[in-house]
Design a protein around this ligand. Structure first.
Ligand code: FE2
Length: 383
């Protein structure tokens, strides 16, 4: 079967990637809305961008109200700031939240209505030019046609999509990730791993996504423990930001599966950071999904060297699952209880969470058929 493969028009990566992007940025517009968060602004990363814009004679305004995972209210504020300041293109600097916000703000500049109107509907009108500068190695939002925005009225994390949401330019500069604390390095790194593993084992995987997924999984197993142990390990940081980009390219084309489907409702209801709720789910979800495609999980096990051609697929797949569980232990992933989620409150909303997970469509990409009852059982197994 034929498959489509899309990614950002331009990716500028490596040392001083931002400095090398001046010529490209100059062609995008005359005034940028720089979308970011308060922390990024305080630690000086926003200023690095606005200084560069000053240097090349491009106007700017800063919207740094992305104070957590984005919701419709933050997006409306960004649209207002864009219009009030007469901007004609967008730059996001930060983790997945500012990048996702930039896409949603851009969408509402050229598409009518509110962001919630686009749930389950393709966003089609071309957006203003967008530049994504990730400061975490994880979400891969710089390379995807997706944005996740919480609807504050329904507490649903809406997965919105459209090829027009892919940033025009991704600037992948590891120096921005050095400031990530351990709690961000592990959560975002495991988010990237989840993207690569889910993409490789998704029904929608293709020969091209396989290349990116396999490479990302190998890089992450090798370098994420190093980046976690020593945040100043530049080689590890560079390899991880590349892996995150690769994994973003993967889900852009092959979609995520069960883990992400079940993770979003946990994030929406209990405000567990996205990468962390994925990591909490990995063991339970992959244990369930494993026998749906031993051969695919086996490929990954052999790629990271925990199995060889001598072992059969089932044994190699199980070795890969064990390696994932050990990696989560090394990276000190907490349980829901350790994170402080209230068990009673969790069980109260579990039925709705299972409905929301299935409705998102992601579990349907898992090679093993997944029902609401399966999802409910896995939510229970987290306790
Ligand atoms: Fe993710």
């Amino acid at each position: 079967m034929a498959s489509k493969f899309i990614m950002p028009k331009q990716v500028i990566s490596g040392a001083d990637a931002l400095g090398q992007s001046k010529e490209v940025i100059r062609t995008l517009g005359t005034k940028a809305l720089v979308v970011s968060g308060k922390v990024m602004n305080r630690i000086g990363n926003v200023k690095i961008v606005t200084d560069l814009l000053d240097e090349i004679g491009i106007g700017w305004a800063v919207y740094d109200d992305i104070t957590g995972e984005p919701d419709d209210v933050m997006i409306d504020g960004g649209v207002e700031a864009y219009k009030a300041n007469g901007c004609d293109f967008l730059i996001a600097i930060g983790g997945g939240s500012p990048m996702d916000s930039m896409k949603a703000i851009g969408a509402l500049i050229t598409n009518p209505g509110k962001i919630a109107d686009y749930m389950g509907k393709e966003i089609t009108n071309p957006l203003p030019p967008m530049v994504a500068i990730p400061t975490t190695a994880g979400t891969g939002s710089e390379a995807t046609q997706f944005t996740i925005i919480t609807d504050t009225k329904t507490s649903i994390k809406m997965l919105l999509k459209g090829t027009v949401l892919i940033p025009d330019v991704a600037i992948v500069d590891a120096s921005f990730t050095v400031s990530s604390p351990k709690s961000v390095t592990n959560a975002t790194g495991l988010d990237a791993l989840t993207h690569a593993v889910e993409g490789y084992t998704s029904k929608k995987a293709s020969p091209l996504t396989d290349v990116f997924a396999m490479d990302a999984v190998k890089r992450i197993f090798k370098y994420l423990p190093r980046a976690y142990a020593d945040g100043e390990d530049m080689e590890a940081r560079e390899e991880m930001i590349l892996a995150a980009l690769e994994a973003g390219v993967v889900i852009n084309n092959s979609s995520v599966t069960l883990v992400h489907g079940m993770s979003r409702p946990i994030g929406a209801n209990f405000h567990v950071p996205h990468g962390l709720s994925n990591a909490m789910l990995l063991k339970v979800c992959l244990t369930f999904a494993l026998d749906g495609t031993y051969e695919r999980f086996a490929d990954l096990g052999r790629a990271i060297g925990v199995a060889t051609e001598k072992e059969n697929d089932e044994t190699a797949a199980k070795a890969f699952l064990t390696a994932i569980i050990e990696l989560c232990e090394t990276l000190e992933v907490p349980t829901l209880a350790e994170y402080g989620v209230d068990k009673e409150a969790f069980f109260k909303v579990m039925d709705k969470m299972a409905d929301d997970a299935i409705a998102s469509g992601s579990p349907g990409n898992t090679r093993k058929a997944t029902t609401k009852e399966d999802v409910l059982r896995m939510y229970k197994e987290l306790w």
